[in-house]
Ligand binder design. Structure first.
Ligand code: PEP
Length: 255
């Protein structure tokens, strides 16, 4: 049994004061939902708000994650954040989000390096993969997403692989209001993502890795994804910025 994991990716939204308000508006509901350990809930605020959010959810089952990490652990990398800086305030870190790949030059190689550094410093990676619209419409999803998984997990041991979360996020579904269908996402996760993991490791490992769906998840469509056998929760962008919506999505995952 894989425990569903619902992560809120706040992206570049919320000042420290706004972050405080958002967490205060949903903390009790989220803590109650996560208390039975049937689901994991992770909040991923911008770096500056992480310590505040970590303090607010201390002594609750709510976890905290970052949205990025550098592969080096210190040095002349202006504007970057290193894993040792995060590990005291975070448990998770999102790596290879499509916005980082698109706007900040993130590559399969840098994603792989970041995963290794995160693991070394006991941060749990949430690794994003997903095809764009052209790739989707021209039948390249399997080859492209399978390639991203193989590159991300290059030289990662079986034991480490089991602790990594994958977020399948078709780029055409992110922030567009056009979510994938539950069955469509389930098929890509089952066949392509778990298939790639089974080829890299073995079927048992492929079955243990948690794979979320991400892309325009809302309280309305969440159940469609959470009732699919291969989908283990969601990476939520826009809907994680409203307390009631995020709590409703988490609630849908408990059922
Ligand atoms: C995301 O940023 O990972 C995401 C899935 O965004 P949204 O839910 O807004 O589509």
């Amino acid at each position: 049994m894989r425990t569903p994991i619902i992560a809120g990716n706040w992206k570049m939204n919320k000042t420290i004061a706004e972050a405080r308000d958002l967490v205060n508006g949903m903390r009790d509901d989220l803590a109650r939902l996560a208390a039975g350990a049937k689901i994991e809930i992770v909040l991923c605020p911008p770096f500056l708000a992480i310590p505040e959010v970590a303090t607010l959810v201390k002594n609750t089952p709510i976890r905290v994650g970052a949205q990025n990490v550098h592969w080096e652990t210190k040095g002349a990398f202006t504007g970057e954040i290193a894993a040792p800086m995060l590990k005291d305030v975070c448990e998770y870190v999102i790596i290879g989000h499509s916005e980082r790949r698109q706007y900040f030059g993130e590559t399969d190689e840098s994603v792989n390096k970041k995963i290794k550094t995160a693991l070394t410093h006991h941060l749990k990676p949430i690794v994003c993969v997903g095809e764009n619209l052209v790739q989707n419409e021209s039948g390249q999803t399997e080859a492209f997403v399978g390639g991203q998984v193989r590159a991300a997990f290059k030289d990662i041991s079986r034991d480490d692989a089991r602790g990594i979360v994958i977020a399948y996020e078709p780029i055409w579904a992110i922030g567009t209001g056009k979510a994938a269908s539950g069955t469509g996402a389930n098929a890509v996760i089952g066949r392509t993502i778990r298939g790639a993991l089974a080829a890299l490791y073995d079927v048992a490992t492929a079955q243990q890795v948690r794979v979320q769906y991400g892309g325009s998840v809302t309280p309305k469509n969440a159940t469609e994804f959470f009732t699919q056998l291969e989908i283990d929760g969601a990476l939520v962008g826009g809907a994680s910025l409203a307390a009631a919506d995020f709590a409703a999505i988490c609630k849908a995952a408990v059922k």
